[in-house]
Design a protein. Structure first.
Length: 451
């Protein structure tokens, strides 16, 4: 239902508009002969548009329009004029009126203007709904003292341009924190580019980060990498500990030297802020020569630690309610919260997977429950399902690691049998030379380190 306000000191005109417009089932009409009463009522309801007689008594028409616009800057105001008042209409349009209509009103023009005003209002609401949705993606839900300290640090760090290492267990929300930090910083509005360093092999990662010349994506020239695309904004490296050491060294060198290239003929000035996240102990990786001192010193000028969920139990119910509202909307269900006993189970659970695991559990609850208030049975059922999923994923990971281990051993054995001659080994394995080189790089197979 679209609600229309009409302000005019002619009672016959008011009744006429109310009858004509209000006759349509999708419109309701509020009429006011006193502009003061109209201005008092305006903030109390969400109006689609306002018809305003510019020659109304008691107040200047332009002053009334300005007061309406101060309350709602986006309200379409249609000015109503009589006789030879065109100059007044033009002045109103200059000051932000949506349109004008003359008395006596043409009914067809009335509904045409009304339709355009409704379209504008709907477009504005859609725009703000989208902005709200985007903002909700980086909403940080918290009430615990631990997270209050983290948020205090974030507000301070957002005003600097330091590179930052975000540490914490898997599932604690490090990427969300990185995005929030970027949004609060002076680089807000510039690119926020994320790279998951544990998601692919070394050769692909190198191409993703640095770009390529005459690559598959653009055979006729340079294909820019994420480093290039992050120019002016923030580059976020997820699970930076999985980044191969040679790529780490190249990246830190390019950032320090303010120069990036896929080859020596392509240059940019990488004006970026670097965020890196890790669930591993990077110092331990350094001691095993699996992480570069240069990159560590670059990102560790400031370290931000995100506590696990078991150290911020005061946040569990707030987070659970936030996720429940989200999934209730997604699944078109009426879910009004948790029973006291169900809430206590959530608070006492260990949550080894942290916020990610909590989110998954609440999604299962929202999908399967038939209750409007989530009860203990709902919680136990979802926790059992999550436990089964965790065991399956763990066994799948173990199988994948064992398969890769056996493949590495098989390749090394074939190389030894062929005295490390690449073409003969590739033929023996039934793959081409390029594929063999990629697998050797993936599994870090080097003759010098094996002999």
């Amino acid at each position: 239902m679209h609600c229309v306000m009409v302000i005019d000191d002619d009672p016959l005109f008011l009744e006429s508009v109310k009858n004509v417009v209000g006759y349509r089932s999708d419109y309701s009409v509020d009429i006011f002969s006193n502009p003061v009463d109209a201005l008092e009522a305006f903030p109390l309801k969400s109006y689609t548009c306002v018809f305003l007689n510019m020659g109304i008594a008691l107040m200047n028409g332009l002053s009334v329009m300005k007061s309406l616009q101060q309350t709602d800057p986006y309200i379409p105001v249609i000015v109503v004029i009589e006789g030879s008042s065109m100059s007044v209409a033009l002045e109103a349009l200059k000051q932000g009126a949506f349109d004008f209509i003359e008395k006596p009103m043409d009914i067809n023009r009335l509904f045409l203007i009304l339709r355009h005003a409704v379209d504008k209002r709907d477009w504005i609401e859609q725009k703000f709904n989208l902005q709200s949705l985007l903002n909700n993606k980086t909403k940080i839900v918290f009430k615990s003292g631990n997270m209050q300290e983290v948020m205090h640090r974030i507000r301070h760090l957002a005003q600097t341009d330091n590179h930052i290492l975000i540490s914490g267990e898997t599932g604690t929300g490090k990427k969300l924190i990185a995005q929030y930090l970027h949004n609060q910083s002076n680089r807000n509005g510039k690119p926020f580019i994320s790279v998951n360093c544990a998601s692919t092999d070394a050769a692909t990662l190198e191409r993703i980060i640095f770009g390529s010349i005459n690559g598959d994506e653009k055979r006729d020239g340079h294909c820019p990498g994420k480093l290039h695309k992050a120019h002016g904004g923030t580059l976020f490296l997820e699970e930076v500990g999985a980044l191969p050491v040679d790529i780490q060294k190249r990246l830190s060198k390019l950032i320090k030297n303010h120069r990036s290239a896929a080859d020596q003929e392509f240059y940019i000035s990488p004006d970026i802020r670097l965020f890196a996240a890790s669930s591993e102990d990077l110092k331990r990786l350094i001691s095993k020569n699996n992480f570069s001192d240069e990159l560590y010193n670059l990102i560790n000028s400031v370290q931000l630690y995100i506590p696990p969920l078991r150290e911020r139990r005061e946040d569990i119910l707030s987070l659970a309610s936030h996720f429940l509202d989200k999934y209730a909307s997604d699944f078109n269900k009426k879910l009004d919260g948790f029973s006291e006993q169900a809430g206590n189970i959530l608070i006492q659970h260990h949550w080894p997977g942290n916020i990610r695991e909590l989110k998954n559990v609440i999604e299962m609850i929202a999908y399967f429950t038939r209750n409007s208030i989530v009860d203990c049975e709902d919680i136990h059922q979802a926790l059992d399902m999550q436990d089964q999923l965790n065991r399956y994923q763990s066994s799948a990971t173990t199988l994948r690691e064992e398969t890769q281990h056996q493949e590495r051993k098989h390749i090394i054995k074939a190389l030894d049998m062929n005295d490390w001659r690449i073409l003969k080994t590739a033929a023996m394995l039934g793959i081409n030379r390029t594929s063999l080189y990629k697998k050797m790089k993936k599994y870090d197979i080097q003759r010098s380190t094996l002999n």
